[in-house]
Design a binder for this molecule. Structure first.
Ligand code: HSE
Length: 295
């Protein structure tokens, strides 16, 4: 046995679509599974303690839930998705563990079976759904039932991830949100999340800038991201169509039709002048989700 499974990163929320929109992008966790004499899981280039290894925890939970014994396999994880940056690295690890269990033990798990285990570790379908099925999704979870709809995402839109070297825990970034919101703010977000959907479907890209405005999470979370407003201004001044916090941050997502290298360069130079390390990636949509790839 020798195969690789790759599971994409995701950008969620996309401004007003808090806890709803999830977009898979072409950064991956790649799991290389080989026959072995022992059961061994390791990371390429990273030293992660077993108790911090989410993949291992989820895989062990699958063994327990299905009363299965460990098969001796060697799994090496190569991760291109930075941790705690709002790019769905946890969801990618969770989906990777459940899919590998499913393949090795020939369980034929349905999407619902997979989400049921996944929710024990991560309650956000807007990252789990794109990791599993790829593409741009409208997602929601009602009790334990998951509803999602995968829609076309315009091929011409380039997706940038400006990733400051700042970790943000989703749990902490949820704690700072208000427990109640004004009805005016709810209406504000409903209007804009629908505007986002309709402008992507009809390719009215000039509407995206208004569509990503949000009153539920970004005004609170941007305080956790150094110089968020400056980066937003730099991106818009250089031709970006939409700028938003990816997931709970710290990554800043940008949609653009042009100047992708220039936006990355200017944002990186600005942050570096403020002594903030960062990287910037020019991405595209992953349309397939978790997928076995050539070994
Ligand atoms: N929608 C979730 C949040 C995603 O913004 O908290 C977490 O990655």
């Amino acid at each position: 046995m020798d195969f690789k499974l790759k599971v994409p990163a995701s950008m969620s929320n996309l401004g007003a679509g808090f806890d709803t929109f999830g977009l898979a992008v072409n950064l991956y966790n790649i799991f290389h599974v080989k026959s072995s004499n022992t059961f061994f899981i390791s990371f390429e280039d990273l030293d992660i303690k077993p108790e911090e290894n989410l993949f291992l925890k989820v895989y062990k939970r699958c063994l327990e839930a299905f009363k299965e014994k460990e098969i001796p396999v060697d799994i090496t994880i190569k991760t291109e998705i930075p941790f705690s940056r709002g790019l769905g690295s946890s969801s990618s690890a969770i989906i990777g563990a459940i899919k590998i269990f499913d393949i090795l033990y020939k369980k034929g798990l349905s999407y619902d079976d997979i989400f049921k285990i996944a929710y024990e570790f991560e309650p956000h379908p807007d990252n789990l759904v794109p990791a599993l099925v790829g593409g741009f999704n409208v997602c929601l979870k009602d009790d334990n039932q998951t509803f999602f709809n995968k829609l076309d995402f315009p091929k011409e839109l380039k997706i940038l991830a400006i990733i400051p070297d700042v970790k943000i825990s989703t749990e902490e970034a949820r704690k700072i949100l208000p427990q109640k919101i004004d009805i005016k703010d709810a209406v504000y977000n409903i209007q804009r999340s629908n505007l986002l959907l309709s402008s992507l479907i009809s390719k009215r890209f000039e509407l995206l800038k208004e569509a990503v405005k949000d009153k539920i999470h970004q005004p609170y979370r941007k305080s956790l991201i150094p110089y968020y407003d400056d980066i937003e201004n730099i991106a818009y001044d250089n031709g970006a169509l939409a700028v938003f916090i990816s997931g709970s941050g710290s990554t800043i997502g940008v949609f653009t039709l042009r100047n992708e290298c220039l936006i990355c360069k200017r944002a990186s130079l600005f942050l570096s002048a403020k002594n903030i390390k960062s990287s910037c990636k020019i991405l595209s949509v992953d349309r397939e989700g978790a997928k076995i790839c050539q070994s």
